[in-house]
Structures are given as C-alpha cells and as structure tokens.
Design a binder for this molecule. Structure first.
Ligand SMILES: Cc1cc2nc3c(=O)[nH]c(=O)nc-3n(C[C@H](O)[C@H](O)[C@H](O)COP(=O)(O)OP(=O)(O)OC[C@H]3O[C@@H](n4cnc5c(N)ncnc54)[C@H](O)[C@@H]3O)c2cc1C
Length: 357
C-alpha cells in the first residue's frame, strides 16, 4: 500500500502581522483552519508606533475596529497612532493569534504539487496556501533628485519624521502635499519656516462636512461599497483626496509657502516647475511608499513591475492571496475599519480550497 502524500502542517501561512494579517488570522481561526502569522517586526503594532508622534487618525473611532473587537475610542474622536498599536496588541491577546515576530519571509516559491515553501531565516515553512499581508505603505519612495542636494541639507522621508524637535532649525521644504505632507507641514509651521511643494493638486475634503465625519457620509452614500472594478471605482481609485487642511488652508492659516513641483537642484538650491528656486536647511520627502514583492518567486503571480497581480486579493497562482492593498477591492481595503471585510472573503476562499468550506 502506498502512503498518501504528506500534507503540509499548515493550511495557510499569513506573512505580515499588521492589522491586515491579524484580521486574516481572526477569520481563519473562526473557520478552524491551521495557520500561523509571521511578522518581521519586533512588537505588535510596530508600523503604527513608528509613525510621527502627533499623528491622529483620519478615520474616527467608529471606523477603526477590526472584526470581533470594538476599537476602544468614542465613535466621533480621532485616535492617536499608539492607541492603534495598543489595540492591535489587545487583538492578538483576545483571539490568541499564533504570531511569530522577528521573522521575515525572505522567499516564497511553489512546489510541483501546488504547495508553497516560505523561507524565513533558517526556517523553511511548507504550507498549502499563503496570504501576503506585508502592507501597502512598506518601502519609502524618495525621488532621485534627492541625491543632488548638497550634504549640508538635512533630508528625511516622512516615514522617519517623528516631531519638529528632531529637525535642525531653519527653512524646511516638505515635498508632497497628500495627507502626510500636509499634516507634517502644518506641524512644522509652528517651529520652522515651511515651504510645501505640490506635485499634484488633490481635492481637499473637510474632516467633518456639516458636522459629520467624512466616512459617515461615505458609508451613507455607499461610496465605501464601490468596488475597484466598477466604473465609478476605476475613477475614484485614480484620484486620492486630502482630508483636513490642504495647501490652500496651510498657506492661509499657517503661513506655509506653496510651491509647485520640484524640477531639480540648481547649485545649493531646489528649483521648482515655475522657474523659481530657494535654499533649504531641511527637506522632508512626503513622496509616498511602494510595496516590495521581490521576495516572491512564483511564476505568473507578479506583473511587469514585480508586484503581485490580484483581483479582490486572489492572485493567478492558486492558493496565493494578498490582503490590505490600496483599493484591493474597495476604498477601505487598506483601512482599519474595512480590511476585515476583505479578510472574511479570503477566509472563505481559503477554507474552500482546504476542503473546509
Ligand atoms: C501616515 C499614515 C496614516 C494613516 N492613517 C490611517 C487612518 O487614519 N485610518 C486608517 O484606517 N488607515 C490609515 N492608514 C492606512 C493603513 O491603515 C496603515 O498603513 C496600516 O498600517 C496598514 O496595515 P497593514 O497590516 O496592511 O500593513 P502594515 O501595518 O504595514 O503591516 C505589515 C506588516 O508586515 C510585516 N512584514 C513586511 N514584510 C514582511 C516579510 N517579508 N516577512 C514578514 N513580515 C513582513 C511588517 O513588519 C508589518 O508588521 C495610514 C497610513 C499612513 C502611512
């Protein structure tokens, strides 16, 4: 009698233990699947903890809960970033999620029998299925022009910004006027002379139009249900918005000088698209992030730029999924209050494939 092929010990491995990976874990646990969550970080919530001190969420407490555990804040308040990190730790404790920290997945391959092998340091983990939940704001992007600035200019990415006192005194240029750039420019305007370079003008929405949180309106108008593949979704996903103070409000209320796109570096000065230039002591690059899927070596699963191809989190490689990406399914896919919906959907797919549907 021939032995049946050995089954991997895990039905599914979740790579990444931020809010997306933890919400995934909750739904996998509910379905009785065998799973583990790997996370590269030193502590639960480390991504949130490492954001700048004064950061307040743009989603109110009503919209910050993961599945199964209410966020401990009043519905109409805007929690700080450490409150999110504490909540994520409470979430792990509440559901006794099997999370391994200090463990970075360095490669992912698929075996001939369709199972997956994840290497993490000295470990090689075999698993039937994999969820990549490594975060949508993973690798800071800094434009190449930064290399031309003279060494006397102190440069940092918004990912490394913590508080005004961390910066030397003098004149600051914040490059990028999406939410992070605008919030950092506003904070620095109290202690520094600040210019804000606007590459692309984004519509600016008040946080509380007519006294109600912007997400309250979005849910009432069912805009949070618009899917990435619908006509409206395709239009909305192409344009981000600022919530709160945009460049105009910063100029009027905080003395920030608004500049156009950075065109280059001329001598010691930064030059702008309108032909003006100025010298700065500090440049804060609020120029966004990208995802790093370079450790994934699964045929057909990535696109020309090396990023996982997915529709609603399902990649072309059977049993390989992603969770938490921007507009993965809806506008909320990368946000605390909505990532659980995508996790529930993927848990259903995973259970069906594992024969537990
Ligand atoms: C400045 C800022 C403000 C935001 N404000 C809000 C807000 O107000 N409300 C809201 O809902 N959302 C907000 N977001 C968006 C979103 O909620 C966060 O970015 C959130 O951190 C995303 O969670 P995640 O679990 O998908 O990814 P992350 O929090 O980035 O977690 C990913 C995890 O994966 C781990 N990891 C990465 N690579 C590997 C690997 N190879 N092996 C093992 N582990 C790995 C990392 O260590 C990390 O712990 C904000 C984002 C930013 C940048």
């Amino acid at each position: 009698m021939s032995a049946a092929p050995a089954q991997p010990a895990l039905d599914v491995l979740v790579v990444g233990g931020g809010q997306a990976g933890l919400a995934m874990g909750h739904h996998l646990g509910e379905r009785g699947l065998r799973f583990s969550i790997l996370d590269a970080g030193p502590q639960v919530g480390h991504v949130w903890r490492s954001r700048w001190d004064s950061l307040r969420l743009f989603t109110s407490g009503r919209y910050d809960s993961l599945p199964g555990l209410p966020f401990p804040a009043d519905a109409d308040t805007y929690p700080g970033k450490d409150e999110v990190a504490d909540y994520l730790q409470a979430y792990v404790d509440e559901f006794e999620l099997p999370l391994r920290q200090h463990t970075s997945a360095t490669s992912l391959t698929r075996a001939d029998d369709g199972s997956y092998l994840v290497k993490a340091g000295a470990d090689a983990i075999e698993t039937g299925q994999v969820v990549v939940a490594t975060g949508p704001f993973q690798v800071p992007v800094v434009p190449p022009v930064s290399a031309q600035l003279p060494p006397v200019v102190h440069q940092l990415h918004s990912a490394d910004y913590r508080r005004p006192a961390q910066l030397p005194p003098g004149r600051v240029l914040v490059v990028g006027a999406a939410n992070s750039g605008c919030q950092i420019a506003e904070e620095l305007s109290a202690t520094h002379r600040v210019d804000l370079s606007v590459g692309r003008r984004l519509p600016t929405l008040p946080q509380r139009p007519l006294g109600r949180d912007i997400w309250w309106w979005a849910t009432r108008l069912r805009l949070d249900r618009v899917t990435a593949e619908s006509r409206l979704g395709r239009r909305l996903s192409g344009r981000d918005q600022n919530v709160g103070a945009g460049p105009r409000q910063l100029a009027r209320g905080h003395g920030v000088t608004v500049r156009p796109r950075v065109a280059g570096v001329a001598g010691e000065e930064v030059s702008f698209a309108d032909g003006t230039s100025a010298g700065y002591d500090v440049v804060v690059w609020a120029t966004g992030f990208t995802t790093d899927d370079s450790w994934i070596d699964v045929p057909d699963s990535t696109d020309g730029s090396g990023r996982l191809r997915q529709r609603r989190g399902i990649t072309p490689s059977p049993g390989l999924y992603t969770l938490g990406r921007i507009w993965q399914h809806t506008r909320g896919s990368a946000l605390l209050g909505w990532v659980g919906d995508d996790a529930a959907f993927l848990a259903g797919q995973i259970a069906a494939r594992a024969g537990r549907g």
